[in-house]
Write a protein that binds this ligand. Structure first.
Ligand SMILES: *Cc1c(COP(=O)(O)O)cnc(C)c1O
Length: 394
């Protein structure tokens, strides 16, 4: 039993496939299906048509001259994943994996969700393609993200509340993996970020590189050369690897921004690069927030999408090998950056994306003048937080 795609990233050998025996057969089957799909022009044609007609690709590349001037940059362009159907980049992966499931002859879909964005994207893709869908979600998250639960149910998905632990994303992933192990003959598991056992990190990254490929071509067409820096926020790593990987061999700075939360002690942030140590979570080896015994630590961030204890293995490997810089933005910095983009450019960003926006000033201070920023999602879902945390909006 062996995999054909490389299962490890970088000199630390992050990634891998730390999965129970019961999942090895479906994981190998998934890898084979993915290799076959990527080599099949008919699959690519179908995927491109769905990305164009359903997701709304290509998304715009929007110049932001007023924000650029305010932070001291010469040129700033935003890659507008907030324009994707369902409001964020997650649907690029959900549609691609749902098509992969059909190709494998699977009859149903299992997914996990934290804040609900991946669950909504998956439920929409499944409705579109006629696949029944079950989404596992922690009960704490269900209470906090009720509108997304309603959206998933409108799309016909079954939402299963997970009671264990803190009732958040970590427990939802465990429940989804267990459900998949029991039903893998008929079900495909659509994992939502560049995480989990091989081949998921590679599949998710490959389906998200459409972001960086489009943005690179759009930028060169508009400006005539590459930007000096490319920057995106990083939770598990799907939008950041999607944007940054097509620039990995270019002479540009590549930066991923983590959630600095409200403090530097363990439990007050989700900054895994400095705060984390090497460990295994949800099937892959990577940098984790954990205590001395290897118990996963609690995390904190104003943005649910960045609030995860593990950094995606490929981003973590590139960070340790010096090919991607990983910075952190605090809750307060992200909130201020969101307000600034709204006021100066008329675009309401997701709280996750606002962590990347918050680092523009630092880029300018370091002498960078031309920047491409990945705006991973829109901020309608975060209006409640903006209202309660930004003065003068009540
Ligand atoms: C989920 C989410 C993220 C974080 O996930 P990644 O896999 O790291 O991209 C970032 N931005 C938005 C808008 C999200 O919904």
């Amino acid at each position: 039993m062996h995999f054909e795609l490389p299962t490890r990233f970088g000199s630390d050998q992050f990634g891998g496939c730390y999965a129970p025996e019961t999942l090895m057969t479906p994981l190998l089957e998934l890898e084979q299906a993915f290799i076959g799909a990527m080599a099949d022009p008919a699959f690519k044609t179908t995927l491109l048509a769905q990305l164009r007609d359903f997701v709304g690709r290509p998304t715009a590349l929007t110049e932001a001259p007023r924000l650029a001037q305010a932070v001291g940059l010469k040129r700033l362009f935003l890659k507008r994943e907030d324009q994707c159907h369902t409001g964020a980049h997650k649907i690029n992966n959900a549609v691609g994996q749902a098509l992969l499931a059909l190709r494998m002859g699977k009859k149903e879909i299992i997914a996990e969700t934290g804040a609900g964005q991946h669950g909504v994207a998956t439920a929409a893709a499944c409705a579109r393609l006629g696949l029944p869908c079950t989404v596992y979600m922690g009960v704490t998250d269900m209470a906090r993200q009720a509108p997304n639960v309603a959206r998933m149910r409108m799309f016909g998905a079954t939402v299963v509340g997970v009671e264990s632990g803190q009732g958040t994303l970590k427990e939802a992933v465990n429940a989804a993996l267990r459900a998949w192990a029991a039903r893998c003959d008929v079900a495909h598991y659509i994992l939502g970020s560049a995480l989990g056992p091989h081949p998921f990190p590679t599949i998710v990254r490959s389906l998200q590189t459409v972001i960086g490929e489009e943005a690179r071509a759009q930028y060169v067409q508009r400006v005539g050369e590459l930007p000096q820096a490319v920057i995106a926020c990083v939770g598990g790593g799907s939008n950041s690897s999607g944007l940054l990987m097509p620039f990995i061999d270019d002479d540009v700075r590549r930066i991923a921004v983590e959630a600095g939360g409200h403090g530097t002690a363990l439990g007050e942030h989700a900054a895994r690069l400095d705060g984390g140590t090497v460990g295994v979570l949800h099937g892959c080896k990577t940098l984790l927030l954990q205590n001395a015994y290897g118990h996963t630590a609690e995390t904190a961030s104003v943005s649910a999408g960045l609030d995860y204890p593990a950094l995606g293995p490929e981003i973590a490997a590139h960070a340790r090998d010096g090919r991607i810089e990983v910075w952190r933005a605090s809750d307060a910095q992200a909130l201020a950056a969101a307000q600034q983009l709204c006021a100066l450019e008329g675009i309401l960003p997701a709280l996750e994306s606002s962590h990347a926006l918050a680092m523009l000033q630092r880029l300018a201070d370091e002498g960078v003048s031309d920047v491409l920023l990945g705006l991973s999602g829109r901020g309608d879902k975060d209006l409640g937080t903006y209202q309660s945390r930004i003065g003068g909006l009540q």
